[in-house]
Design a binder for this molecule. Structure first.
Ligand SMILES: Nc1ncnc2c1ncn2[C@@H]1O[C@H](COP(=O)(O)OP(=O)(O)O)[C@@H](O)[C@H]1O
Ligand SMILES: [Mg+2]
Length: 250
């Protein structure tokens, strides 16, 4: 992974600044991440005041075709996942938006400086509240690729999920390493957050509209159907008979 250069300020930043960086920052360099599955780039982005920060740029053109996801749609799923998390009030996905970059249109996500020792499968001091939300989030978004390496912990201890290109498929496809809580009751505070989202006037509708720019109607309705299911069952999902872990696990 390319390292932040020494003169870069440690980290952004207010939400507004982060938005501005991703929307308007100038691409001053991109570097291919060799272990990514697609053509994924670490991008240096510069603000008008000269400050530089990193983003993760995934151009549509660099998506490797898959048999089970429509070609050229993964970057939109990245953004859809961010919007869904945000709509739920869950700060679990780094700011992500659609941006034209050096290789054309794609997703651009805020770079998280992660603790390289962190491993969601073996951490003794896991932030269970965050992992539980991420677990529910993956079920709601039908995440087919929650590897352990896609759960990051930043230097403030905050957990983030990354790599949401394989979400919102019309077919059930949950493949995740987060089976820590399978079958257990979902804590009440998480359920109330979901209930609040589902019932507060306009909130669900606003997300439907936002997702309408990114996904097909049945993919969007699948999200809301799974939300209803979670609110009815009130338990974490259990693995089904199909393949339910990603490969590789990290
Ligand atoms: N927002 C991010 N912050 C920090 N590192 C990231 C971020 N997104 C991706 N990465 C790094 O880039 C690698 C490849 O990204 P990933 O999202 O898995 O791409 P791909 O869709 O190609 O699999 C990750 O394993 C991780 O090391
Ligand atoms: Mg990946």
């Amino acid at each position: 992974m390319p390292k932040r250069s020494r003169e870069m300020p440690k980290r952004p930043m207010s939400r507004e600044q982060a938005e501005r960086l991703l929307r308007e920052g100038t691409f001053v360099g991109i570097e291919l991440i060799p272990w990514a599955s697609n053509y994924t780039f670490a991008a240096s982005l510069m603000l008008p005041n000269g400050d530089c920060y990193m983003g993760i740029y995934k151009p549509r053109r660099g998506e490797i075709p898959l048999y089970d996801f429509p070609t050229g749609t993964l970057y939109r799923r990245e953004v859809a996942a961010y919007r869904a998390a945000r709509a739920l009030g869950w700060d679990l996905v780094p700011l992500t938006l659609i941006r034209d970059g050096p290789h054309g249109v794609g997703s651009l996500q805020l770079f998280i400086e992660a603790d390289e020792q962190f491993d969601v499968l073996h951490d003794p001091n896991l932030d269970h509240a965050a992992v539980q939300r991420l677990t529910v989030f993956d079920f709601l978004t039908n995440n087919a690729d929650r590897k352990a390496g896609h759960v990051l912990r930043d230097c403030d201890g905050h957990l983030w999920g990354i790599d949401h290109g394989l979400t919102f498929n019309e077919e059930p496809k949950l493949r995740t390493v987060l089976w820590h809580y399978q079958g257990q009751p979902i804590p009440e505070d998480i359920l109330s957050e979901l209930e609040e989202f589902a019932t507060a006037p306009g909130r669900a509708e606003a997300l439907r509209v936002e997702l309408g720019e990114l996904l097909k109607r049945p993919e969007i309705e699948g999200f809301f159907e799974r939300l209803e299911r979670v609110l009815a069952l009130r338990r974490f999902p259990s693995p089904g008979p199909r393949r339910h872990v990603p490969w590789p696990l990290y």
